[in-house]
Design a binder for this molecule. Structure first.
Ligand code: PLP
Length: 392
């Protein structure tokens, strides 16, 4: 019987080739072998570049980060295991005990939870304020305030923040302005060009675009902030998997095409929905009846995005009937997929609020958010029209 041959367990003998792979190689290696201790020292001290251990970085994350950097006009962005890992890295990396943050009052549900329930356990407190009103943000500032976290377009009511006013406040009060650009994407808004210090993404959503990779991105303008973020990501293990980075890099290749088509569809679908019986009202920043239409036009120039919300008459019973009447469309608590998906805030993102709390935000049992995809718009319009006709 032969014993275990050396080359069977040592991964040597990869064929040399004068031609290169066209597709970025997927590099699942957790560890990297250096030639000698001097080189490893140089790698850790920055004299020579080389990967060491994949929690500290790996080629598939580097490739993806550099591509998102190019879209955001940032430098040295970092990929994390999820969008929430990017938010976590930012909060724990840039804040310490006794610090205070101001957060938009309609942030993504888990970000809200982190600010109001988790960070206080570490001595970091938060005040929520309406980001469509820069004065409300300014009034929330305390002597210990260090950071403002906002999203440009809120979920699910699609309100548009006064980003210029908030950037001005952050600058005057020397606060770190962190912008979660997941909804808007760099196609519509580039936070660094308008005064942001840190940009965050849930790459899981539009950038990756196929609901098969969970990732985040965080990029800081200040090198000290960047170093703090990187250290937090590596120490807390918020690092992404190479496979997800590889998938997201592939998804990102079609981002512009998907975004433009989905946005065009969203504008058309919003107008179509507004004319259908059974729909009380439609929210789309590109429509003249949206409360922040003018600001959206000025800020997003005018790229109004792929998200449309609407309120259905008839409460929860009709909401159940609607999703059942569209069996081919995923009823799923996400956004940014290449195909259209619908979500229902009262049973998902905002289920933790009381009915009164939801009502204050305008979220009723009939409230839906549509993440519009790239399908033929005529088919999409028919799908909603048929479903509404069937249930009414
Ligand atoms: N930020 C926003 C605006 C989001 O919509 C989400 C998720 O929906 C997140 C952050 C969190 O991202 P992830 O689900 O990738 O952790």
């Amino acid at each position: 019987m032969t014993d275990i041959p050396k080359n069977l367990v040592r991964r040597t003998g990869f064929p040399e080739s004068v031609s290169r792979a066209v597709v970025t190689p997927l590099q699942p290696s957790v560890v990297y072998a250096s030639p000698d201790p001097d080189t490893l020292d140089a790698q850790y001290e920055g004299g020579q570049f080389g990967y060491t251990y994949s929690r500290e970085g790996h080629p598939n994350a580097s490739v993806l980060a550099s591509k998102i950097d190019a879209l955001e006009c940032g430098e040295g962005g970092l990929i994390t295991a999820s969008g929430m890992a990017a938010v976590t890295a930012t909060m724990l990396g840039l804040l310490g005990q006794g610090d205070h943050i101001i957060g938009g009052d309609q942030l993504y549900g888990r970000s809200l939870r982190m600010l109001t329930q988790d960070l206080p356990r570490y001595g970091i407190t938060a005040t929520l304020a309406d980001p469509t009103d820069a004065q409300a943000i300014e009034q929330a500032i305390r002597p210990e305030t260090k950071l403002i976290l906002v999203e440009v377009v809120s979920n699910p009511t699609l309100r548009v923040a006064d980003m210029d006013g908030i950037a001005d406040i952050a600058k005057r009060h020397n606060l770190i302005l962190v912008v979660d650009n997941t909804f808007t994407t760099p196609r519509a808004y580039q936070p660094f060009a308008y005064g942001a210090d840190v940009v965050i993404h849930s790459v899981t959503k539009l950038l990756s675009g196929h609901s098969d990779a969970m990732l985040g991105y965080v990029c800081a303008r200040d090198p000290d902030h960047r170093a703090a973020l990187e250290s937090t990501i590596v120490t807390l293990g918020l690092t992404p998997s190479p496979y997800d980075c590889w998938m997201a890099e592939r998804g990102l290749m079609s981002f512009h095409l998907r975004y433009d088509r989905a946005e065009e569809n969203a504008a058309a679908l919003a107008d179509h929905l507004a004319g259908l019986a059974g729909i009380k009202h439609v929210l789309y920043p590109g429509r003249a009846d949206h409360p922040d239409h003018n600001r959206a036009g000025a800020l997003l120039g005018p790229r109004f995005g792929n998200m449309v919300s609407f309120e259905l008459s008839g409460g929860r019973a009709m909401a159940n009937a609607l999703t059942r009447a569209m069996p081919d469309m995923a009823f799923a608590p996400t956004l940014g997929d290449i195909g259209t998906t619908v979500s229902h805030a009262a049973s998902s993102s905002h289920r933790g609020l009381t009915p009164d709390g939801r009502a204050a935000l305008g979220i009723t049992e009939g409230f839906f958010r549509v993440s519009v995809g790239v399908e033929d718009i005529a088919l999409l319009k028919d799908e909603f029209a048929n479903a509404l006709a069937q249930i009414s």
